[in-house]
Design a protein around this ligand. Structure first.
Ligand SMILES: C[S@@+](CC[C@H](N)C(=O)[O-])C[C@H]1O[C@@H](n2cnc3c(N)ncnc32)[C@H](O)[C@@H]1O
Length: 183
C-alpha cells in the first residue's frame, strides 16, 4: 500500500474513495491493508492516457480501457462481502461529476486522487473532493512529483490553511504521494 493510504492504518470502519482505479492494484492493497467498510471506486474507463498524462506517449484505446476494467473487477470481486457489511461501490463517472447526493459532504475518512494529472483537472478534483472529507479525515493523492499535480495541490491546500505531507520514492513506486488532514 502506498504511503498516503497507510496513514489510515489503525482506524476502523473506514469509508473511503479511490479516484482513478485503472487495474485495481492499489485499491486491492488498500482493501487488504485497511479496515474498510465502504470503498468508492471512481473511474469512467473511457479516458486516454494521453489525457491523464499530457507528456506521456502511451496510446490508450477503448479496448485497453475495457481490459483494465475487467481486470480490476476480477481483482476486486473476491473481496466483495468477505465480511459482513463490507462493500465496494463502483462509480463510472468522471471525478468532477460526483455530486453531494452520490457521495455526501463530510462522509469520507479519506480520498486518494490518482486520475487526470492536468493542472486544471487536479484543481477541480480538489475542489470537488475536499468537502466530502470528514473533519479529521484525509485528502491525498499520487504523483506529487508531477509539476502540474504539485502546483495544484500546494495552491489548494495553502488556501485551506492545511498542511501537506509527502513521501517520495520508496524503491518500488517511483512516483510520490501527498496527503493533508482536514481540521
Ligand atoms: C494512474 S491510473 C490509476 C492507478 C490506480 N490508482 C493504481 O494506483 O492502481 C489513472 C486512472 O484514472 C482514470 N481517470 C482519468 N481521468 C479521470 C477522471 N477525471 N475521473 C476519474 N477517473 C479518471 C483513468 O481511466 C485511469 O484508469
Amino acid at each position: 500500500m502506498r504511503a498516503a493510504a497507510s496513514r489510515m492504518r489503525g482506524r476502523e470502519n473506514l469509508v473511503g474513495a479511490e479516484v482513478g482505479v485503472e487495474w485495481g492494484e492499489h485499491a486491492r492493497e488498500m482493501i487488504n491493508g485497511l479496515s474498510i467498510d465502504l470503498l468508492y471506486l471512481v473511474d469512467p474507463y473511457i479516458v486516454s492516457w494521453l489525457h491523464c498524462f499530457p507528456l506521456s506517449n502511451i496510446p490508450m484505446t477503448v479496448e485497453e480501457s475495457m481490459r483494465q476494467y475487467q481486470a480490476a473487477c476480477k481483482r476486486l470481486e473476491p473481496h466483495r462481502g468477505f465480511r459482513e457489511g463490507w462493500k465496494i461501490k463502483w462509480i463510472h463517472k468522471f471525478s468532477w461529476q460526483i455530486d453531494e447526493f452520490e457521495i455526501p459532504n463530510e462522509s469520507l475518512d479519506f480520498a486518494y486522487l490518482d486520475a487526470d494529472h492536468v493542472y486544471q483537472t487536479v484543481k477541480m478534483d480538489l475542489t470537488v473532493w475536499w468537502p466530502k472529507i470528514k473533519p479529521g479525515g484525509m485528502l491525498s493523492g499520487h504523483d506529487f512529483d508531477f509539476p502540474s499535480v504539485r502546483k495544484a495541490v500546494e495552491e489548494f491546500i495553502r488556501e485551506k490553511e492545511g498542511e501537506i505531507s509527502e513521501h517520495g520514492n520508496d524503491g518500488k513506486n517511483v512516483k510520490s504521494d501527498w496527503w493533508a488532514f482536514k481540521k
